[in-house]
Design a protein around this ligand. Structure first.
Ligand code: SAM
Length: 300
């Protein structure tokens, strides 16, 4: 059950000085946790994060990539140096708002003509964080039966997931992006089995000291396809990630250690959808009120 309320209500936010534009309360979540709320702030994320000193447990976000995407309000084409300097300032603001044992998951992709964007952004954050994990988000993959060998689940050659076709004989279709997992110290303990996978070969259970149950670390390649949509109006934003992506990040950090999740560039609220599903508080920053209104509608 969810309930959308206006900013005047002020509920849901743990911060009193910054008024949210919209708040959505939700109850339970899939883990039957106490009531929680998503608070959406219609402001610049650096200004907003300044109100959350060390209060946020997990940040999951995808910033503009500076590749000319047509957002409603934001112009996605700064001079490269200016863009990277801004990303550095965002990193510094996230560091100030993140709890000492928190996790910052930053999703960035490249474009065919510029394969350095993601790594340049990661580099801009280097002075603020330790890079604890690098996860490759696989949007689409082709597996040939001949390469899979005896795996019973692979019945024939297959290609799963959606990707952006590249009309060029120089560049390959773009089927993956990065999720940089930054922490303050590099030694944040994770709940790896919360997003674990079953052993393919069950004889491994018990054979290895650490393999006590039929679940293992899934590793740092995550296959998360986009949901299929019939028309643009089903996804009224030009650059979203599937809500399963932030859900996996939050679960990996550990639900037991997570009260408040934030997304500094929250768009139409994919991270908020994950927070609601998991029953944790959410704070989102977005300069475009139209996107926030869509996020609220998605949660409701
Ligand atoms: C890549 S999109 C994020 C999409 C989001 N992950 C989703 O799935 O809906 C980046 C968003 O950042 C917003 N944005 C740009 N500059 C911002 C700023 N200074 N503060 C907050 N949001 C900003 C843009 O309007 C855009 O919606």
């Amino acid at each position: 059950m969810v309930e959308a309320v206006t900013a005047d209500d002020g509920g849901g936010s743990r911060m009193s000085t910054l008024k949210p534009y919209r708040v959505v309360r939700y109850y339970g979540g899939s883990n039957n946790r106490p009531a929680a709320a998503a608070s959406f702030y219609d402001c610049d994320c650096i200004a907003g994060l300044a109100h959350f000193e060390k209060k946020i447990d997990v940040v999951v976000t995808s910033p503009p990539y500076n590749i000319g995407v047509g957002y409603n309000s934001y112009r996605d084409s700064l001079p490269r140096e200016e863009y990277l300097a801004w990303m550095g300032r965002v990193g510094s603001a996230v560091r100030g708002a993140l709890a000492d044992g928190g996790s910052f998951f930053l999703n960035v992709g490249n474009r065919p003509k510029d394969q350095w964007v993601a790594w340049d952004v990661a580099q801009a954050l280097r002075k603020h964080f330790v890079l604890q994990n690098v996860i490759t988000w696989v949007k689409s993959i082709a597996i040939a039966k001949a390469d899979a060998g005896d795996y019973p689940a692979v019945a024939g050659d297959m290609a799963v997931g959606h990707f952006k076709p590249v009309a060029s004989d120089r560049f390959l279709n773009d089927c993956h992006e990065y999720i940089f997992h930054f922490t303050k110290s590099g030694d944040v303990r994770l709940d790896k089995l919360a997003i674990g996978v079953p052993y393919q070969d069950k004889s491994n259970i018990g054979r290895w000291k650490r393999a006590k149950q039929d679940r293992r670390d899934r590793g740092n390649t995550w296959f998360i396809p986009y949901e299929t949509i019939q028309s643009r109006k089903d996804r009224p934003h030009p650059a979203t990630f599937p809500s399963r992506l932030p859900e996996m990040c939050i679960r990996l950090h550990g639900l037991g250690n997570t009260k408040l999740v934030a997304d500094p560039f929250c768009g139409i609220g994919s991270t908020a959808v994950a927070a609601k599903k998991l029953g944790v508080h959410f704070a989102g920053f977005e300069i475009d009120r139209g996107y926030i209104d869509t996020a609220v509608a998605r949660l409701s």
